[in-house]
Ligand binder design. Structure first.
Ligand code: HSE
Length: 317
């Protein structure tokens, strides 16, 4: 009997990005959602995507057109792997265009699985740079605010995309989030087109002040400062019209004790921070109720979950 063809499966979590004033700079991993990619070694060079599940048949299986495929191809190229390749099975565990780093999760799970099955032992900066190629394909821009927390876990600040300079941030004990996704899709590419081309110095200064205050608040656990700092003066004002019920969700979240409420990434998922998981549960319920007839789903998680990892094929995440 011949030996089974080696394969490895990786899980990569969903992530919330921007987080108020941290447009393209802040992100954290969340529990409970993510993508799995299984990579199987094959003798032919390149990347073949054999199957994608959980996407309703919408994602391309041409590796050059798929975030997981592009990231895997970049890793093979950087590692100088020319004589063999991989076959990928991609299992989407989250909705497309949700604002929770769906394209990042596929790209990160792909590079972690390919690295493992080919025993490349790439460093994390290399894996990150490869996964960023998936983001470039998905949104037309390089931004590591989903890819880096997805890969590293925790709550991170992206000081530089390339070369990656990713700064892990402290998280106050118990900090939790409620994420509610109205059932609409927002393309990151389109949401980026809605951004202002230029901003005033006053606006840039205000955003920088809030960002600095937010990082300080995370480090010190000053939740009142965190509340004041959770304000986005650049992206959110240009994007909330894409998200039905955003204003109602934000009002409901604040009325039920949220520290702050903002878009998750480019939306439509809307993110409220809370002092505890119990508070986050109540806040999520209130946000869902505020949407009335608009269908939605919700997620409650601690802030700064584990990052991507190789998993047993049969494990639940
Ligand atoms: N920082 C990115 C944006 C995240 O807001 O466009 C996309 O999910």
């Amino acid at each position: 009997m011949s030996a089974p063809t080696p394969s490895a499966t990786a899980f990569a979590p969903a992530s919330a990005s921007n987080v108020g004033p941290g447009f393209d700079i802040l992100g954290f991993a969340v529990d409970g959602l993510g993508d799995r990619v299984t990579a199987t070694r094959r003798d032919q060079p390149g990347v073949e995507i054999a199957e994608i599940t959980g996407d309703g048949g919408r994602l391309p299986t041409d590796a050059a057109e798929n975030t997981a495929g592009v990231a895997a191809l970049e890793l093979l190229q950087r590692a100088g792997v020319t004589k063999r390749g991989v076959q990928l099975h991609v299992a989407k565990g989250m909705s497309l265009g949700s604002g929770l780093g769906s394209s990042a999760a596929s790209a990160v799970a792909a590079v972690v699985a390919v690295d493992a099955v080919l025993e490349l032992r790439s460093d994390r900066a290399t894996l990150l740079a490869c996964a960023l190629e998936g983001e470039r394909l998905a949104s037309g821009a390089i931004h590591a605010d989903n890819v880096s927390p997805c890969l590293y876990g925790g709550f991170v600040l992206v000081r530089s995309n390339l070369p990656p300079d990713i700064v892990p941030l402290l998280v106050p004990p118990g900090l939790a989030c409620a994420v509610v996704r109205p059932h609409v899709e927002v393309s990151t590419r389109i949401a980026r087109q809605a951004l202002p081309r230029e901003i005033t110095v006053e606006r840039a200064v205000r955003q920088a002040a809030n960002l600095g205050a937010l990082v300080a608040a995370l480090g010190s656990g000053d939740l009142e400062l965190l509340r004041r700092a959770l304000e986005d003066r650049i992206a959110e004002p240009r994007r909330t019209h894409l998200v039905p019920g955003f204003g109602a969700m934000k009002n409901a979240a604040l009325a039920f004790g949220a520290i702050g409420c903002t878009l998750s990434g480019s939306g439509p998922s809307t993110l409220a921070l809370a002092p505890s998981l119990e508070d986050a549960e109540r806040i999520a319920d209130a946000m869902v109720a505020s949407l009335g007839d608009v269908g939605s789903d919700r997620l409650v998680s601690s802030v700064g979950a584990r990052g991507a990892r190789v998993v047993d094929d049969l494990s639940p995440d």
